[in-house]
Design a protein around this ligand. Structure first.
Ligand code: ZN
Length: 308
């Protein structure tokens, strides 16, 4: 969850041209969206999201869910289109968008329930982890059992890694303990040292304030990837281009993934398409290959995606 300007997103959605969707379709480039939230806010529905995915060749999306029933319903409506993980911790059991988030356990998913979800294959990711909103470090002992479980079961973990959203962009009542400094990716070092095989992706890629720290962490830990959601949509295009180039110049082109954070695909893809410093291989890596590797997709699944 991030800076949300839903009216703005609808406006941008209208701007996303059919021509561009057709171009993507003609190129048959499959896309994986690693940053999508299962939500029914503002009349969003799984049907609309699936249509947008179809229009832009998004073959798989990684869904964060805090409303268990809603998330499960989204997954059930198109099992092969979604991977799903729990989004938490939530202060007083309320998600930053002010709807219940694991209220039965005050904002934390029950560990035994979560283990069963993974073992039965209904869930296969962990995140978006919201410890920044909760006001604790990723190294806080309350989070350790979740990282331990993810490491044991090889579950990829997505963390909100950024300073935002600013107070004026948060909903009334959201997150009284919000601590932007907890979005510093380097705070994940003790977790990665304790669980060296754990795969973590930095959702929002450190945004602006923690960009350098994101690069430092990714250079030190090969299991750390990033998505550039929000930077690639609501932030200025020039800023997004500069930060993306900075990741690439740091040698991290194989660890950048496409994430929308529920913002319009057309806008984000148009930006990516217009970046003339990106090679076709780098662009394709961001859209599909890097996420396919990070989420360890089977050869069978990749063949299906590529044949779409
Ligand atoms: Zn976020």
């Amino acid at each position: 969850m991030t800076t949300k300007t839903f009216g703005f997103s609808i406006f941008l959605l209208c701007l996303s041209t059919i021509t561009f969707a057709q171009k993507q379709s003609a190129q048959r480039i499959p896309i994986i969206d690693v940053h999508l939230h299962a939500t029914n806010e503002n009349a969003a529905s799984v049907e609309k999201v699936l249509q947008q995915m179809e229009d832009h060749h998004v073959v798989l999306a990684v869904l964060s869910g805090a409303d268990r029933e809603l998330a499960v319903a989204w997954k059930a409506s198109a099992p092969h289109k979604f991977k799903i993980g729990p989004s938490f911790p939530c202060t007083d059991g309320m998600y930053p968008r002010m709807y219940p988030c694991f209220p039965e356990n005050n904002g934390w998913p029950d560990l035994d329930w979560l283990r069963t979800e993974y073992e039965d294959g209904r869930m296969s990711a962990l995140g978006e982890m919201l410890y920044v909103y909760y006001g604790i470090s990723p190294a806080d002992k309350q989070l350790d059992p979740y990282f331990k479980l993810a490491a044991e079961l090889s579950i990829p973990v997505g963390v909100h890694a950024g300073h935002g959203p600013p107070p004026q962009s948060r909903m009334e009542g959201c997150c009284p303990n919000f601590k932007e400094e907890m979005g510093n990716p380097l705070l994940l070092k003790p977790v990665l040292d304790k669980y060296p095989d754990l795969k973590i992706w930095l959702m929002h890629g450190g945004e602006i304030n923690f960009h350098d720290q994101a690069i430092q962490l990714m250079k030190a830990y090969p299991n750390v990837y990033a998505d550039m959601s929000i930077l690639n949509s609501v932030m200025p295009a020039e800023l997004h281009a500069r930060l993306l180039k900075s990741f690439i110049d740091a040698g991290l082109e194989d660890r950048l993934m496409f994430g929308s954070d529920n913002l319009p695909y057309g806008l984000i893809l148009k930006r990516l398409n217009e970046l003339d410093f990106l090679s076709d291989k780098q662009r394709r890596g961001i859209l599909y290959d890097n996420a396919a590797r990070f989420f360890d997709l089977s050869e069978e699944t990749k063949v299906k995606h590529l044949g779409n």
